[in-house]
Design a protein around this ligand. Sequence first.
Ligand SMILES: Nc1nc2c(ncn2[C@@H]2O[C@H](COP(=O)(O)OP(=O)(O)OP(=O)(O)O)[C@@H](O)[C@H]2O)c(=O)[nH]1
Ligand SMILES: [Mg+2]
Length: 413
Amino acid sequence: MQRPVTWWGRARNAASAWYSWSAAAVAASAASARAADEVRARALQTAPIIWMLGKVQSGKSSIVQRLTGATEAEVGEGFRPMTRTARIFDFPPEAPVLRFLDTRGLGEIDYNPAEDLAACEAKAELLLVVIRAGDPAQEAVLEAVRAIRARHPTWPVVVAQTWLHGMYPHPPAHLEPYPFAEGSADRRIPDPLARALAHQRTLFAGLKGSGPVLFVPLDFTRPDDGLDPADYGLDALLAALFEALPQAVMARIEALRADQGNRTAAEARSTILGYSVAAGAVDALPIVAIAAVPAVQGAMLRTLGLRFGVEWSRADIASLLGALGTAALVRQGVGFAVRQGVKLVPVYGQTAGAIAASLSSFAFTYGLGYAACVYLKARQGGGTATDREIKEAYRVALAQAFEIFKASREPPK
Ligand SMILES: Nc1nc2c(ncn2[C@@H]2O[C@H](COP(=O)(O)OP(=O)(O)OP(=O)(O)O)[C@@H](O)[C@H]2O)c(=O)[nH]1
Ligand SMILES: [Mg+2]
């Protein structure tokens, strides 16, 4: 068969590949297990790294949790040793969208960042410094930041000043509206806290390099601490990241955090996103190792099945695809992709056709993932989802996918 040359032809091809993808892809779990390994390896090569520097118990994991939407347990158990002095949290583990590097023992050991730099500098996008507002002794952290910025003067630095309420008068209560906007000296801020925050800013004053240095006071408490809200300062942190990070990286954070209006899939959200990014990359990049988009989708369905404790049978696959797979639905998706695709300005020398193909692979995988969650949830409870429910989940997710894709491609700031 001749390869389609037009961009709409490629988009349609990607869609029909998805549509005609056979149940065997999933049923043959050895193949999808292999695809799963390849997806993970490939995702690891492209996922951006956020490098966190902070003393023990300064609040690093709490920040990771809020940024990714992961649970405390996922973050707690998710860190793996990477170098002698750093651990890494890949999220989601099966197809990482983001990676967080956590430097261990700052302030306790004589830290030399050379090894960690070598391990992560190609993908690091940001230094996220985490210091308790009430802790003025930050020499070890500063030394590490200085050494890293000496090598990468353009890397942005975001300094999270945590544990605010440790310096509130009794009884502690957060100030609303948030008075800690960059550089502001709001009179409502208790004196000792205002002084402590200002002192910490002076510590970074002499930092060399051209990358921005932004400060974000915050207090990420546990619900049972009784301080409302438990994620005080989160909006300010996201705003600082928005300023400091490339749009493509910020889009990943936003997509991980997004509420898809689908509670069933909330837990599986990051998994679906990870595989969809991988599926989109298959068409965007010349990836030889991953055979095709359907293999990635097969791996995704398998992982989702494991999450819901449901083993896919051929009948399951047939009934999921049956619910989705009217030709009209696929046409609708392709039409959408095509219309959206032409509006996307090619970057990195991509052609409009490559974008449309990449977009449709991303979006179909994303939609399929959410539809599968509805199917699996019902199966888990011993019931069956109606075709309407499955289609609805697919449609909502498809629309969301286009938004995510567009956001990730806005021109660099
Ligand atoms: N009040 C308050 N408590 C926080 C804040 N950040 C974290 N905590 C709490 O402080 C403890 C340690 O927080 P983590 O986020 O685990 O800190 P960490 O830097 O990852 O700690 P290590 O991994 O042990 O180095 C936990 O009990 C958190 O709930 C904060 O901003 N304010
Ligand atoms: Mg931690």
